[in-house]
Ligand binder design. Sequence first.
Ligand SMILES: [Zn+2]
Length: 79
Amino acid sequence: MRRSSGEARTWSTKQTMRTEGTNGMYCVCREHVELAIDKFVDEYEDAPDLVNLQTTAFSAWTAPEHCEWCGNPAEILVV
Ligand SMILES: [Zn+2]
């Protein structure tokens, strides 16, 4: 399910709006990406976008350091 790093750089308005809320996104490690996608689809009935936190810079938001569900470094933003 991972997309290319090139595609991950396109940070659209839709995604920015979602990150302004407290819900609607999961910062997870590699192992929990599938779980995050499942939860996202359950909640929003829409396919999430995957953003690589290590190759994407955010101007108005700081990514959490750790995965939502374990202590591993967060690598993927599911939004
Ligand atoms: Zn994890």
